[in-house]
Design a protein around this ligand. Structure first.
Ligand code: CNA
Length: 239
C-alpha cells in the first residue's frame, strides 16, 4: 500500500481535475450494506433475489412486496457521510476535484457538501407521483404504508433506476464528459459488474486511473494503480 499510496498522493497533489467514480462500497462505512460483499444484500435471504425485487417488472407485478423490501433495505435515512464523502467534498471545494460519478442512491455525497454529483442510478431522496408528477420526499415513502399514494391517488415511485430501466441521458452525458476529460480518475467501492454504469470508465483517456476496492474487479488489470484496501483507510490519509 505504501508505494501505491505515495503515487496516488502525488497525482492528487499535482491535479486540479480529479474525477471520482464510485459505488456501494463508498457508503458501507456509513453503515449501508452493499450488494455483493459477503455481508451484502445479495447474501441475505429474501423470498426473491434482490435483483428481481429491484426490477421494473417486479415493481409492476408486486408493488406491495417491492415497497416492503425498499422501506426496510433501501432507505437508510439516518446514515451520515463518512471520511470518503467528506474528503471528496473538500477536494471539490479546494478546486482539485471536478465531479463525483456515483452508482449510489443514498444522497450522501451531497450531504457531505459535494456539488457536482452525477447520480447514475437516481436517488432515494426524490420521489414522484406517477400520475400527477408531484414531488415527495423520502420521509413520505418511509412513513407511508403499503404502496405509497399521492393525494391524487397515483402511486409515488422513487426516482431510482430499477433493473430493466434506462439511465437518464443528461446524467450519462455529464458523467461521460467528466470522465473523458479527467486527469486523474479514482474508481472506488464498486464491483464494476453493473452495466451500463461500469462501462463508463472506458471513456477515461488518461494514464492515472487508480482503483481502490476491497475485492478484485474485472478492471484491475486495466488500472494504473490498484489498492485492495478499504476506502476509509485510504481516504483517512487526507483527514
Ligand atoms: P456492489 O456490486 O455491491 O460492489 C461493492 C464493492 O465495494 C465490492 O466489490 C466490495 O469489495 C467493495 N467494498 C465494500 N465496502 C468497501 C470499503 N469500505 N472499501 C473499499 N471497497 C469496499 O456495488 P456496486 O456499486 O458496484 O453495484 C452497483 C449497484 C449497487 C448500484 O445499482 C447501486 O444503486 C447499488 N447499491 C447502492 C447502495 C447505496 O446507495 N449506498 C447500497 C447498496 C447497493
Amino acid at each position: 500500500m505504501e508505494n501505491a499510496l505515495k503515487t496516488l498522493k502525488t497525482w492528487i497533489d499535482d491535479s486540479t481535475n480529479v474525477v471520482f467514480f464510485g459505488g456501494a462500497g463508498v457508503s458501507t462505512e456509513s453503515g449501508i450494506p452493499d450488494f455483493r460483499s459477503v455481508d451484502g444484500l445479495y447474501h441475505q435471504k429474501f423470498n426473491y433475489p434482490p435483483e428481481e425485487i429491484l426490477s421494473h417488472s417486479f415493481f409492476e407485478r408486486n408493488p406491495d412486496y417491492f415497497y416492503r423490501f425498499y422501506r426496510e433495505k433501501m432507505l437508510p435515512l439516518e446514515a451520515q457521510p463518512n471520511i470518503v464523502h467528506r474528503v471528496l467534498a473538500k477536494w471539490e471545494k479546494d478546486g482539485k476535484l471536478r465531479a463525483v460519478v456515483t452508482q449510489n442512491i443514498d444522497g450522501l455525497h451531497q450531504k457531505a457538501g459535494s456539488q457536482t454529483v452525477f447520480e447514475l442510478h437516481g436517488s432515494v431522496l426524490r420521489n414522484y407521483c406517477m400520475r400527477c408528477g408531484k414531488f415527495h420526499d423520502a420521509a413520505f415513502i418511509r412513513d407511508s404504508r403499503g404502496v405509497p399514494k399521492c393525494a391524487c391517488g397515483g402511486t409515488v415511485k422513487p426516482d431510482v433506476v430499477l433493473y430493466e430501466e434506462g439511465l437518464d441521458d443528461a446524467t450519462v452525458s455529464g458523467a461521460i464528459s467528466a470522465i473523458s476529460n479527467a486527469d486523474v480518475l479514482i474508481v472506488g467501492g464498486t464491483s464494476l459488474t453493473v452495466y451500463p454504469a461500469a462501462g463508463l470508465i472506458r471513456y477515461y483517456r488518461g494514464s492515472k486511473l487508480a482503483l481502490i476496492n476491497r475485492d478484485e474487479t474485472p478492471y484491475d488489470a486495466a488500472a494504473d494503480l490498484v489498492l485492495h484496501e478499504t476506502l476509509g483507510d485510504v481516504f483517512g490519509e487526507w483527514k
